[in-house]
Design a protein around this ligand. Sequence first.
Ligand code: SF4
Ligand code: SF4
Length: 483
Amino acid sequence: MTAAPAAARNYRLGEFHTFEGGGSRFLYLVPAGAIFELDEAAATLIDLLSDAETPHDQLLTDLAARGLAPEDAEQLIEEMFYARAIVAGPSVPAPPQNAPAVFPLQTLVLNLTNQCNLSCQYCYEFGEDKVATPEGKPKFMDFDTARASVDFLLEQSAGRRAIHITFFGGETLMNFPLLKQVVAYANQQAAAQGRTIDFSLTTNATLLTPDIIGFLSEHHIGVTVSMDGPKEMHDQLRVFANGRGSYDIIEPRVRALIQGHRTRPITARVTLTSGVTDVLRIYRHLKHDLGFHEVGFAPVTTSPNRLYAINERGMDSVLDQFQALAREYLEFALRGELHGFSNVSDTLAELCQGVNKSHPCGAALGLLGVGPSGDIAPCHRFVDSDAHALGHISTGVDRAKQGEFLRRGHIDSKYECHTCWARPLCAGGCHHEAYVHYGDTGHPNLHYCDWIRGWTDTCLRIYGAISARNPGFLQQFAERKAL
Ligand code: SF4
Ligand code: SF4
C-alpha cells in the first residue's frame, strides 16, 4: 500500500512509550523497538497531536504559530512520519510473521548431568513444578553424546562469528571430567575450522577445588554461581538432602573462585523467593562482602500456590529495590564506572542493540539444550522432558516440533501482548515460566505485566539519562549477551 500524499494526510500519534532521562524527553518507538530523543520542535509536534488527529495543513499552521519556519515544519513532519512516531491513515495491523524456517545455532547448553548434590526446594528441575521426566534415562552425559553435540553445534552454526557452549546440570561439576574433555575437543574442532568457541557454566559452587578453578581460569570459562545471599537467606532453600544449608560449604569456595579465576568476571545468580526478597542486602553481600563482579536476580519460577512463591506485595518491594539499585547504577555510569547489577546491564544491552523480539529469548532459535540422553530441548530448563523434546542429537532437530514451539511462542500468537508497549523486549516472557503457570509454552506471562512495564520504564530512563550525559558509556553494550 502506498502512503497518501503528505498534504492529504490526517496525522495522529504513533505507538510509543514516552519517558524522560537526564533532562531530555524520549520516545520508545514500539513497532521498531527504537529510542528517539525529542528536540524542542519534535516535542512540540508530539504535544500538538496529543489532543486530536490533525490534518497536514493544520499541523503546519500550528507549528508555524509556535515559531517554526514552514520548510522546517514540513521536514519535521516527514521525519517523524517515517520514524513512525506519528502515523496517518487507517490502522493496518502488521501481517503475522512466520518463525524463520532455519536459524543458525549460536549457543548449545549441555546438561552434563541431571544429578545434583543439593536439594533446593524451588529447583525447576527437581522441585514440585518440574517438567523433566528423567526416569530410565542416563544420569550422566557420556563423551559420545557430548562429541556429537559439539559437532552438531559447529555444523548448525555456519556463518556465526561467535558461538557458545554453556555447561549446565543438575550440578554441572558432578561431571567435571566430561567438561574437560568437551573443552579440549571443541577447541580442537573449532580451530580446525578457523573458529573459536566461548564457554561458560553455572554451578552451585559446592564442588569447586583449586584444580577446577585453575582449569576454568586457564580456559577462559565464564562462571555463574547460583547463590541467594547471606547465610540466613541462602540457607532457607539452598540445602543438602538432609536439610543442612550449603552456605558454609560454598562461601570459602566462592572466595577462592573469585580470587583464583582471573580471566573472566564471576557472576552470582540469585533466585528470589518468599522471604528472600531483600535485594539490596543480598546485592551488598554478594558484591561487596564476597566480591562477585556482577549479580543478577530473578524471581522464582513457580506456580502461584507454592509456599516460596512471592506475593504481589513482595514483588512490589522487589521492584522498589530494583529501582533503588538502578539509581545507584546510573550514578556509577555517569562517572564511567560499571555497576554490578546485571539486570540493568542486560536490558541496556538490549536497548543499545535495538532488539525487537519475535520471541522472548533464543530458546529453539539460536539456543538449544541437550540432555544427558542426547535429547534436544528448547533450552536447559526443558531438558529431559519428553513432552518438550525437539529431537535427538543423533538424528538432529525435529523441524516440525521446533516450528510448532516457535509458532506458539511468537509474539503474533500472543493476543494480549499486541497492544503492550513493552513487547519489543518482553515478547510475552519465558516459555518455561509460561508452561509452569499456564500449562502452555506459548501463553504470555500475564501475571507480571505491570511489573515488567515498571521495570522496563526504569531501564529506559536509565538509558536516556546515560545517553544524554555520558553516551560513550553505552558503547560497551554493543555485543553483550545474556543467556
Ligand atoms: S507478557 Fe505482558 S508485559 Fe510482556 S509483552 Fe505481553 S502484555 Fe506486555
Ligand atoms: S527465558 Fe526461559 S525459555 Fe528462554 S532460555 Fe531462559 S529459561 Fe529457557
